[in-house]
Design a protein. Structure first.
Length: 438
């Protein structure tokens, strides 16, 4: 039965099953395009041949989201989006090997027309095409790692070929994984597709959950992945995700929030135990039950949980490592804070440690340990010290940002070190390090 994700007069978005061709091929097997045409013809009682434009493809063994155009105008506009890489194509893959925390793979890929396979080749090879993708590592279970892949170009067998070439082939890939066993199903799924509606000009995203036995141990991780955050750790008590900038953490802060999305995706309560600003990306920790929340709250209160960030600042702090102390006053009505060197009424102490990772000309990459956890602490404290964050439109240097072409706040939560005393509900996680650093 066809799983329709969305339809209107211009679009049809569906879930393509694995091992079904996107369009008719030499095998003579049923294909998705023909099935969709039959669906439209029957549902809308269309006489004669039904028009349905194929504007992109998925390899036969790959399942997931596909869109078709229902008019020639929609087909032309959608095809132009795919050709100019203005779509957002996201894939989930289960890989072997040890992928880095995140990375970008780029090179040149050559298709062998005789075998139907592809391989990475040196630049300048006749017939080769540039290929690029970005990936983020998620959780690992049973010797496999869940990887979130963003496809930046759309080449033949690109993800399968590039991941295998990088040393982490996809489980069950009969072409590119020498360890794949006969009968295993390729663990690659197009789980999200973002396009601009060809007529309404609105951004739309369609999502689909991977199917198959290899995916079963990652059921909750895959549900979390669809919220727009990558799961780094998950068990019955705790969830740690890597969020992108632009999404709020807690429902209490108003607007769209990761907390609300996760409650729906996981079918139960989650409790944010610390915050990241909307513009800050990186690790966020959630408890999944009240006892775990109490244990995590206590760890934060006693400063037993250590939180580390990477940020890029203007200038070069001296020395290359130090502990900064000041006090902070929060002005809730203005949604900002002020930092002072001396205590005053209503102020709270702030402690921020930093060390230099890399000098980059006019800017410096720092690792920052947030010892106290106040609102906007890193941004306001470093700006007060004379080193505003790149891309900070609240405490930073907008003129320098404009000249530099800064896009977004250069602040990312990269590591959490968990410490729990004997007798704690989460004692088993004492010494755990959650990281999105290599």
């Amino acid at each position: 039965m066809l799983n329709v994700l969305y339809e209107d007069n211009h679009l049809l978005a569906v879930e393509k099953p694995a091992n079904l061709p996107a369009q008719a091929d030499a095998s003579g097997d049923a294909d998705l395009l023909s099935i969709c045409k039959a669906y439209v013809k029957e549902k809308y009682r269309k006489p004669g041949e039904v028009y349905l434009g194929l504007v992109h493809r998925l390899d036969r063994p790959v399942g997931g989201v596909m869109v078709f155009a229902r008019t020639s105008k929609a087909a032309a506009r959608l095809a132009a989006q795919f050709a100019s890489h203005r779509t957002g194509k996201k894939y989930a893959a289960l890989v072997e090997g040890k992928p880095g925390a995140r990375g970008r793979l780029s090179g040149h890929i050559l298709r062998d027309e005789a075998s139907g396979s592809a391989r990475m080749v040196p630049a300048g090879t006749a017939g080769a095409k540039a290929a690029a993708l970005a990936y983020c590592r998620c959780t690992a279970r049973g010797g496999l790692t869940l990887v979130d892949v963003s496809l930046l170009t759309g080449r033949h067998h690109q993800i399968r070929c590039q991941l295998a070439d990088a040393g982490f082939p996809i489980w069950g890939d009969q072409r590119y994984n020498p360890h794949a066993m006969p009968g295993q199903q390729l663990a690659l799924w197009a789980y999200a597709l973002e396009i601009e509606h060809p007529v309404k000009r609105e951004r739309m995203e369609f999502a689909s959950t991977p199917k198959g036995s290899a995916w079963a141990p990652f059921r909750e991780e895959l549900a979390a992945l669809r919220t727009g955050a990558r799961p780094v750790y998950l068990d019955a008590d705790m969830l740690c995700v890597d969020k992108d900038a632009g999404l709020g953490v807690a429902e209490a802060d108003g607007g769209d929030s990761l907390e609300a999305r996760l409650k729906i995706a996981l079918g139960g309560d989650v409790y944010p135990v610390h915050r990241l600003d909307v513009g800050t990306s990186g690790l966020v920790l959630f408890a999944r039950n009240p006892r775990a929340k109490d244990a995590l709250d206590e760890a934060i209160k006693t400063r037993a949980m250590r939180k580390y960030y990477h940020c890029e600042v203007y200038g070069r702090p001296e020395p290359d490592g130090a502990e900064l102390r000041a006090c902070l006053v929060k002005h809730a009505e203005a949604a900002r804070v002020e930092v002072y060197d001396a205590m005053r009424p209503g102020a709270k102490e702030i402690v921020t440690r930093y060390r230099t990772l890399e000098a980059k000309g006019e800017t410096t990459l720092l690792e920052v340990e947030l010892v106290t956890g106040r609102t906007h602490q890193i941004r306001a404290h470093l700006a007060h010290a004379g080193f505003p964050l790149v891309g900070d439109d609240r405490y930073g240097d907008r003129d320098r940002d404009r000249i530099a072409g800064a896009k977004g706040l250069a602040l990312r939560a990269v590591r959490l070190e968990l410490n729990f005393p004997r007798g704690s509900f989460l004692e088993r996680l004492d010494g755990t390090i959650l990281s999105i650093e290599d």
